[in-house]
Design a protein around this ligand. Structure first.
Ligand code: FMN
Ligand code: SF4
Length: 454
């Protein structure tokens, strides 16, 4: 990573959306040379047809390989989940294959993170890659059923999926039975145990089971829940092999990865495939159209980490390297704060929304998150009292790690990183100052109205 040449003062050159060092592409958008998941037709061409997909990549053959050989290849590739937690895919497969009962595969394409667009873009442009991956996952674990868990508001990607399934039915391609299920439009509905609960006929509520879903999931059957991008990688690993996969990325986090640019960029929702050592600044300059270092970016999702712009600009987009610095690439969101928007006010918006997304079953989450939200609201309204920041920090620390899922910890990460990143803004608010109206400026998107609990 240290070999990256860092641009000190970014200058907007031609809006070239790929970058090549020593013949190796470092990142690109759909159709850019050297990309992997996004290779093929340009974004404007829409969904790649089955004919084009097979002509370009060849068909996958799940018949002539054994489940064990497939799982061995996945293990050798080092593929880790792209849904946020980075769990080794092969471990999940091994658990499901050796557990009692016939496994089910779930393609998690629900993408509940409001500003993330990588899964829906992949589904919209390369649906057959995801469907190949689902077939391969089913073959690897001996599943006879695939559930595709969707976000019903993502109309274009859902239409592309329906079309792709019709093409495959016409070509008599798929072996396992496939069902499409709409996920409830809630932030936590995409968490693995919530997915399993919902598909088992209950609410989309996270549960802390004694055994992982890969062993005991829907109707007590082993259930492999994989993110849509993870499965698309699997489609390429099965075709081109483990060593090919690991030729990009890093030894600790092999393979390419998709990120979504959001917030104050030229094209919010633009998805970029990162293939090599590249900094956040390089991608924001080339693809995001930024001509100056922003005040801050939010990395990894709304329950992610704020990083001040100068630091972010030089930070490599490397899952493993970020982890070593206490950050996470999460779902791959890189959201740029508008220069005239106060980062604490933006944090207050996000925390209020995230607090309302609790599934309502753990006290530390149900009661703890609104308290966090209240502290920040008081700060930005200039009405906090002496000692409130200390109390806020103590409260945040007491919520971290609590609850049956990672939701409260994610919100704490957001809040704590905001306090670190926006210290001048914090000082102003503690003096009683309030921000000018932010109306009309680019805010991070939030779903429109509160919805009933799942
Ligand atoms: C609160 C919360 C929400 C999540 N939402 C999603 C989601 O919308 N889509 C997704 O793929 N993973 C989501 N995840 C991550 C999943 O739990 C899970 O790790 C992922 O689907 C597993 O696939 P992977 O191993 O391929 O990453 C969420 C996790 C948490 C804690
Ligand atoms: S921690 Fe919050 S979101 Fe997670 S299960 Fe408990 S109440 Fe639901």
């Amino acid at each position: 990573m240290s070999a990256v040449e860092i641009v000190d003062k970014p200058v907007l050159r031609d809006r070239d959306t790929s970058m090549v060092l020593d013949e190796t592409p470092l990142f690109g958008v759909a159709g850019s040379p050297g990309t992997r998941l996004l290779a093929g037709p340009a974004q404007s061409m829409g969904a790649e047809s089955l004919d084009s997909h097979v002509r370009r990549l060849g068909a996958v053959d799940t018949i002539r390989t054994t489940p064990q050989a497939l799982r061995d290849t996945v293990r050798a590739s080092g593929l880790m989940g792209r849904g946020g937690a980075g769990f080794p895919t092969a471990t999940k497969f091994d658990l499901a294959a050796s557990a009692p009962g016939t496994p089910i595969v779930v393609v998690n394409a629900s993408e509940g993170e409001p500003a993330s667009a990588k899964d829906r873009t992949l589904l919209e442009l390369r649906p057959h890659l995801i469907l190949d991956g689902a077939d391969l996952a089913a073959a690897a674990v001996g599943a006879n059923e695939i559930v595709i868990y969707l976000h019903r508001a993502h109309l274009r990607s859902n239409a592309a999926l329906e079309q792709a399934l019709a093409e495959r039915r016409g070509a008599k391609m798929d072996t396992a039975h496939i069902r499409l299920i709409d996920a409830p439009a809630r932030y936590v509905a995409g968490e693995t145990s919530a997915v399993v609960s919902y598909l088992g006929g209950h609410g989309a509520i996270p549960r802390r089971g004694a055994k992982p879903a890969a062993q005991v999931g829907i109707a007590n059957r082993p259930t492999v829940v994989n993110n849509a991008e993870t499965l698309a990688h699997l489609a390429l690993v099965a075709r081109f092999g483990a060593s090919w996969f690991a030729q990009v990325g890093t030894p600790e986090a092999p393979g390419s990865t998709l990120i979504t640019l959001a917030g104050s960029v030229v094209s919010p929702g633009q998805v970029v495939e990162v293939l090599g050592p590249v900094t956040i600044g390089q991608v924001l300059e080339r693809v995001g159209g930024l001509d100056a270092v922003p005040r801050a970016i939010l990395l990894g999702g709304y329950a992610g980490t704020w990083i001040d712009g100068e630091t972010a600009w030089r930070t490599p987009l490397d899952r493993h390297g970020l982890k070593a610095h206490g950050m996470s690439l999460g779902c791959g969101l890189v959201a740029v704060l508008h220069d005239e928007v106060c980062g604490l006010a933006e944090t207050a918006r996000l925390v209020a929304w995230l607090a309302g997304e609790s599934s309502g079953q753990c006290g530390s989450c149900v009661f703890g998150l609104p308290v966090l939200s209240g502290f920040i609201d008081d700060i930005i309204a200039g009405r906090s009292r002496r000692g409130d920041v200390r109390r806020l920090r103590e409260h945040a620390a007491s919520v971290r790690g609590r609850g049956a899922c990672g939701h409260p910890t994610g919100v704490v990460t957001l809040v704590e990183s905001a306090l670190e990143t926006f210290t001048p803004e914090l000082a102003r608010h503690l003096r009683g100052e309030v921000c000018e109206s932010h109306d009309g400026l680019d805010h991070f998107p939030l779903p429109l109205s509160p919805k009933p609990r799942p």
